[in-house]
Design a protein. Structure first.
Ligand code: CIR
Length: 248
C-alpha cells in the first residue's frame, strides 16, 4: 500500500480554523509531528510520497480532502472551502496512474466527509459537502452505496468523530453520529477528538494525546503507533486528513 502526503508550508499558521487557537501554530513543531506521522505510516509498511507544499495554499497538508480513492478510481473533489480548490491540481498529477474523475460545480465535497467501509461510503452532510457532491460521489463509484450522515452542529467533517478500522469495524466517538448496521468500537465522550485514526491491517496510527483511546485500540487488537497532533488540531485537522491511502 502507498500513502500520499503533502508537506506543511510556512504559511500554515494562516490555515482555515473555526476559531483562533489558544496558542499560535508552531510551524517547526507541526513539521516534526508530520515527520512522525510519515514514520508511523512507514512503520506500518506503507510506501510514502510527500508532495511539496505550496505557500499560496496554507491548508495544503490536509490532502485527504482533495480526492476520494477506491479501487483504481480517484474522484478529484471540489473542496467546500473555495480557498482550498487550488490544492487539487497537485493531487491530480500524483494520482495520474489511476482512472481520474473530476467533480464539477456546483458539487462540493471534502474527502474528510467520506468514510469507506467495504462497499459503503458514509458521507457527512457538512457545511463543506453538498447534495450535488454526494450525487457526484455516487456517480463516480457506481459499485458503492452512498449513505448520508447528519453531523452534530460544529463538527467540520464526518471523520472528525469516526474512522474505519479496516476490518468492517468503525472507531466512533460516543454521542456524535448514527451509523446504522456498523460494528463499533466506542471512544469515550471525554476523548471524542481521538476517534480519527489511520488503520492498516492490525496496526493503527492514533493521536498521542488520548491515553484511553490508545488503550482501547490495543485491546481491540491493534498495534498502535501514537503520533502527536497538537499543531494540526489548531487548524481543525487530525490524522486521516494528512494522507490519501492507496491500495496496491
Ligand atoms: C479546513 O478547514 O479545511 C482545514 N483547516 C482543516 C481540514 C481538515 N481536513 C480533514 O479533516 N479531512
Amino acid at each position: 500500500m502507498r500513502a500520499l502526503l503533502r508537506a506543511i508550508p510556512d504559511s500554515f499558521p494562516r490555515a482555515l480554523a473555526a476559531k483562533a487557537p489558544a496558542s499560535p501554530i508552531e510551524v517547526a513543531l507541526a513539521r516534526a509531528q508530520h515527520r512522525a506521522y510519515r514514520a508511523a505510516l512507514e512503520a506500518m509498511g506503507l510506501a510514502v510520497t510527500v508532495l511539496p507544499a505550496d505557500e499560496a495554499l496554507p491548508d495544503c497538508c490536509f490532502i485527504e480532502d482533495t480526492a476520494v480513492v477506491a479501487g483504481g478510481v480517484a474522484l478529484l473533489t471540489r473542496t467546500g472551502a473555495p480557498s482550498r480548490r487550488g490544492e487539487t491540481a497537485a493531487t491530480a498529477s500524483a494520482l495520474a496512474g489511476l482512472e481520474l474523475r473530476k467533480m464539477e460545480s456546483p458539487a462540493t465535497l471534502d474527502g474528510g466527509d467520506v468514510m469507506r467501509v467495504g462497499k459503503t461510503f458514509f458521507v457527512g452532510r457538512s457545511a463543506r459537502t453538498n447534495p450535488e457532491g454526494l450525487a457526484a460521489l455516487g456517480a463516480a463509484f457506481p459499485d458503492h452505496r452512498v449513505v448520508p450522515v447528519e453531523l452534530p452542529p460544529g463538527v467540520l467533517h464526518l471523520k472528525c468523530v469516526c474512522s474505519p478500522l479496516g476490518d468492517g469495524r468503525v472507531l466512533l466517538a460516543e454521542r456524535t453520529v448514527a451509523l446504522p448496521g456498523v460494528e463499533t468500537v466506542w471512544v469515550p465522550w471525554e476523548e471524542r477528538d481521538a476517534a480519527n485514526v489511520v488503520s492498516v491491517g492490525t496496526q493503527a496510527v492514533a493521536p498521542a494525546e488520548f491515553p484511553r483511546t490508545l488503550e482501547l485500540l490495543a485491546r481491540a487488537g491493534f498495534r498502535v503507533h501514537p503520533v502527536p497532533t497538537t499543531e494540526v488540531r489548531k487548524a481543525d485537522g487530525a490524522l486521516t486528513c494528512q494522507s490519501i491511502i492507496l491500495e496496491g
